[in-house]
Design a protein around this ligand. Structure first.
Ligand SMILES: NC(=O)C1=CN([C@@H]2O[C@H](COP(=O)(O)OP(=O)(O)OC[C@H]3O[C@@H](n4cnc5c(N)ncnc54)[C@H](OP(=O)(O)O)[C@@H]3O)[C@@H](O)[C@H]2O)C=CC1
Ligand SMILES: CC(C)(CO)C(=O)C(=O)O
Length: 294
């Protein structure tokens, strides 16, 4: 039997996954903050329209579904919690499409029924001024290898969004966290990926990535000494105008996911007694840029 599927948070990532589901016949019900008639994804020459409407009142949820994709920002989870209450029964699988290594803890705290599947979202997607979303890479998710993850993989089977199940999810999630942490430097510089071509920015990025790597290892991630260089090379290979979702939020004056992307390194570093001098500087500046005052 076809699963019933919902997407909560139809932004850059939610729209990409909703389009992938729609293309393989698993058109999701869509729940968001802004009412819209439909969603639109642009990927290369492809244009995928996902029929709406985007419903904005949890009273319109219509009861529990089999699978929920939660794609709000980490700063929006609390406000989106009424959707989880309305859409989750005891057997509902909630796949969290967010950055960070704390998805399971944070989202489970808002569930009275259902099971959380954390994910690693590897692809860049950007909301466009006309409301469409521009997918700027191959859509790909990694999930832990659990029975719940198989529900997610099955729903997206054959779609443009590939799903891998990883035996060592922790290591991959921390690898992605390192990528996100260093992307935060784009917010402080107010520049896109082209800035990593500068020798001084490259040197700072490597030092920051090594600091994050020490914390990741203390958290149980098995990552090699080469990871900082590999991640820096990845940013240097991006188109110079490639941004990151936290920079998009900064440019729009929205709250930033500074705590789950950068603060976590400082917090976990302190818990392990690992010095984090670069985080000590970067985190308060990102927090102030996000939350003020001033
Ligand atoms: N964009 C990217 O390239 C990548 C993003 N990620 C991660 O994915 C997650 C989602 O990011 P992204 O898609 O960029 O974010 P967006 O801001 O584009 O999307 C968030 C969506 O959630 C909606 N929303 C906000 N509050 C609520 C609410 N209370 N109830 C329902 N919907 C709500 C927003 O509505 P509204 O339109 O009104 O703002 C918006 O549609 C983040 O954790 C991000 O770090 C990971 C990898 C890449
Ligand atoms: C695009 C990508 C993968 C790299 O920073 C990302 O995670 C984001 O924009 O939040």
């Amino acid at each position: 039997m076809k699963p019933t599927v919902a997407v909560v948070g139809p932004g850059a990532i939610g729209t990409t996954v909703a389009a992938a589901l729609h293309e393989v016949g698993h058109t999701p019900a869509i729940f968001g903050r802004t009412a819209r008639a439909q969603l639109e994804l642009r990927a290369g020459d492809d244009r995928v329209v996902v029929p709406g409407p985007v419903r904005t009142d949890p009273a319109q949820a219509g009861g529990a579904v089999d699978l929920v994709f939660l794609a709000v920002k980490s700063t929006q989870v609390e406000a989106a919690a009424p959707w989880l209450t309305a859409l989750c029964g005891a057997d509902t699988v909630v796949c969290v499409l967010q950055n960070g290594v704390e998805q399971e803890t944070v989202v489970t705290a808002h569930l009275s029924g259902g099971r959380v599947v954390p994910s690693i979202v590897w692809f860049p997607a950007q909301a466009q001024p006309d409301g469409s979303v521009w997918l700027r890479g191959g859509a790909r998710l990694t999930l832990p290898d659990t029975p719940e993850s198989r529900v997610v993989r099955e729903a997206l089977r054959g779609s443009r969004c590939s799903v891998e199940l990883a035996a060592d999810f922790t290591s991959l999630a921390w690898r992605k966290l390192l990528q996100n942490a260093v992307a935060g430097l784009m917010v402080l510089a107010g520049r896109r990926a082209g800035m990593f071509a500068r020798a001084d920015v490259a040197e700072l990025s490597l030092a920051y990535l090594r600091e994050c790597l020490a914390v990741a290892r203390a958290e149980g991630a098995a990552l090699s000494d080469e990871v900082p260089h590999e991640l820096l090379a990845g940013f240097q290979a991006y188109p110079p105008d490639m941004g990151t979702s936290i920079l998009a939020d900064r440019e729009a004056g929205r709250p930033l996911e500074w705590d789950i992307r950068n603060g976590v390194v400082l917090r976990r570093g302190r818990a392990h007694g690992i010095p984090t001098p670069i985080s000590d500087l970067v985190v308060p500046l990102l927090a102030a840029a996000s939350d003020g005052p001033g």
